[in-house]
Every structure is written in C-alpha cells, then in structure tokens.
Design a protein around this ligand. Structure first.
Ligand SMILES: Cc1ncc(COP(=O)(O)O)c(C=O)c1O
Length: 379
C-alpha cells in the first residue's frame, strides 16, 4: 500500500499546483454573472456537492424534529445526532457545529497553543480556504508536506521540529480525506495507520478533515469507524455529498468534546433549537450515505466521456470529484462557454477545471453535461 501511495504521490497528477491563486478565489467568490443567461435552459450544476437542496422528505424530517435549547444541552434531536455520529466513528463524543470550517478550527484550538506548527498536505482546506482563521483564532502556522494532498509518515517525521527555543513546536498533523483540491483523493488507510504510530510516538495529535469521509468510506468499502480509528479527532460534514443544508460535527474523546463545546461557544457556534438542522443531518446519514456510490459512478462516466479529447488530461477518479487539466486552453474561458450552454463547472486555476457529482444531478444528467463539455473542449 505504501508503494501505491508513493505511486500516487509522485505520478503526473501529483504535480498539480495546489496553491491558492486569484482565479480560484474569483470562482468561489466572484459575481454570478452567468445566472440570468442559464436560467432559460436546462442547468447542469457540477460546481460543488455543497449545492444540493434539502429534499421534501428531509424537509419533513426537519419540520417534525423534537427540539429544545441546545446551549442548555436540552435538544433531543441534536443529542441523538451526536450519539449517532460518535457511534458511527467509534469515538466517545461528537459536537454538532454549523460548518466544517468551525469543526476544523475547533480542532486546531483543541490540539495546539499559539505559535505551534501544524503539518498538512498541499492545498489543505483548514490552511487555505478558511479565511485565515487559523492565524486569527489558534495562532498556529503550517508546514506543508507531500504532493497533491497526500503525504507519508517519513515526510511528517522530517517536518517535525526539534525542541528548541528558536523553532515553532509541532503539535498536530491534519489529513484531509477525501482531498478536495487534490480531486477527491482517498488518503490510503495503511498510511493513516502509520501516521498514527508516528505522531503518537512523538506526543503529537492527528486530526482528520473528513468533510467527505463518507465518500472515502463508500469508495474503499471501509467502515467510517475503521477509517476514524487512527485519528484523535475528526471533522465530518453533513452538508456536502450527504445533502443536508447545514452542519458538521467535531468528533473525539469526551474530554476533547468538552473543550470543543467551550470553543464553539467562543466562536459563536452554539445554537438554540438546532434540532431542526440536526434532523436534516440524521435524515442524510440514514438515507444518503450508501447512495454516494451513484455519485462516484456518475463521476467515472463523466471522466470517461472527456478522457479521449486531445489536450485534456483527466485525473483518475476515486470518488465524486473530477479534475481536468487543459494543455493549452484557458480554464476560465471554457467554464464560461460551458455555463452559456447550461453546464456549470469550476475553474480551479488557469488550466484546471473541476466537476463534482452529487445528489441533485443523476448519472444521466451528468453524462449530458459531459457531452456538452466534450463538444466545447473538442473545438
Ligand atoms: C475538505 C473540506 N473541509 C472543510 C470544508 C468546510 O466546510 P464548510 O463549508 O461547511 O465550512 C470544506 C468545504 O467545502 C471542504 O471541502
């Protein structure tokens, strides 16, 4: 398995530049000037799996939720969700929070002190896409290791700073699984287990940003509990492929969850009758977990249709994210032309396009979208 990690980490895909650039920022945050044009035609929205809207059944579950004040610890639906998630991941406790960003930032606060260093892979969400929160709240800095979001225990070992007054102290290692910017890559389980041994032997902690842990579990056939076992704490999201409108959980030991509860309060994330939201997350876990395999199949079908086009390199598809590298075409111009024909994909850089399959776009529509994009790319 270690051999296969090396193969993934040093193959052609590994050299994708995962650093933040202005183009990614524009795509995430820029004006939606294409919306009026595409309103008139069928729209295939493959920009992200966060775009799903709650189904009628999910809304019914939310409306029927038994609620109380969760700041008093009295919301029965939130308590039910937290118990369910802790059991699913084999940990002592879980804390419902509004977002994956908050769960990750709470993890940094739980595991580190100001001035500490956190070891991460390239393009890791908690370093790159959380608005500089780590610098603002926990006051940590990052050491980036590996390629394409994957890294080995040897690379972590080499990055751990010796105890010295001049140096930041390494406190935590974060694994993102699946890796978003790396194209939905699954972090090999055997390497997670080796990382756990490495960090434990040095008194460090291991956190998983498992916003899409569910996709990794479905792709590998491992249980979420087995995948969580090497980690001290996790962030898991209900608002990505699972299709809930809001919500994530910070998961860990009883003591870590107690500390997390205080940080959630400090960050303004303690909510009142949040059982309405927790009900959506429970519905998502009960109905939308196994079906992620359909999103993965749709992603493979999408990739297959674009694979043979000259000047387009399609990264191997592991889960629900497809990354296309364009040899010479401008990714933003292609995304714009695709949007004009109703296909929304994300330009992640000057030469990179991303498409994400999800609950609200089935395989048939995904294939339709791929055909339209293939036409545009073939010209
Ligand atoms: C890997 C990863 N971690 C964390 C997050 C943050 O989640 P949220 O948008 O709920 O803050 C995202 C969001 O897409 C993500 O892709």
């Amino acid at each position: 398995m270690w051999g296969s990690l090396c193969a993934i980490a040093t193959g052609p895909q590994a050299h994708r530049n995962l650093s933040l650039n202005a183009n990614i920022f524009r795509q995430f945050c820029g004006p939606r000037e294409t919306a009026s044009t595409i309103d008139r035609m069928r729209r295939y929205d493959l920009r992200s799996d966060t775009l799903t809207k709650p189904s009628l059944a999910m809304r019914a579950a939310m409306a029927a939720a038994d609620v109380g004040d969760d700041v008093y610890g009295e919301d029965p639906t939130v308590l039910r969700l937290e118990t369910l998630v802790a059991q699913l991941l084999g940990k002592e406790g879980a804390l419902f929070v509004p977002s994956g960003t908050m769960a990750n930032q709470i993890a940094l606060l739980v595991h580190t002190r100001r001035g500490d260093e956190v070891v991460v892979g390239e393009g890791t969400h908690c370093m790159q896409f959380e608005g500089g929160a780590a610098a603002a709240w926990s006051g940590v800095q990052f050491a980036v290791v590996g390629r394409g979001g994957l890294f080995s225990s040897e690379e972590v070992l080499a990055a751990i700073k010796p105890k010295a007054e001049h140096l930041p102290q390494t406190a935590l290692v974060v694994v993102e699984n699946t890796h978003n910017l790396g194209g939905g890559r699954v972090f090999p389980q055997s390497e997670c287990e080796r990382l756990a041994e490495t960090v434990r032997a040095r008194g460090l902690a291991l956190h998983m940003d498992g916003a899409r842990l569910w996709n990794a579990a479905v792709a590998t056939g491992l249980t979420p509990k087995a995948m969580a076992a090497p980690f001290d704490t996790l962030n898991v999201c209900f608002s990505k492929g699972l299709g809930a409108p809001v919500g994530s959980a910070f998961v860990g030991s009883r003591e870590q969850v107690r500390a997390a509860r205080r940080f959630r309060k400090m960050l303004g994330g303690a909510m009142r009758q949040s059982g309405i939201l927790a009900a959506a997350a429970i519905h998502a876990l009960e109905h939308n977990l196994d079906r992620l395999a359909e999103d993965h199949a749709a992603a493979r079908a999408f990739a297959a249709l674009l694979g043979g086009i000259a000047g387009v390199e399609v990264a191997p598809v592991e889960t629900n994210i497809v990354l296309l590298t364009l040899e010479s075409a401008d990714a933003h111009a292609i995304a714009q032309r695709a949007a004009e024909r109703g296909v929304l994909v994300q330009a992640m850089g000057p030469r990179t396009l991303r498409a994400v399959t999800h609950l609200d776009i089935g395989e048939e529509a995904t294939v339709q979208a791929a055909k339209i994009l293939a036409e545009i790319l073939s010209r």
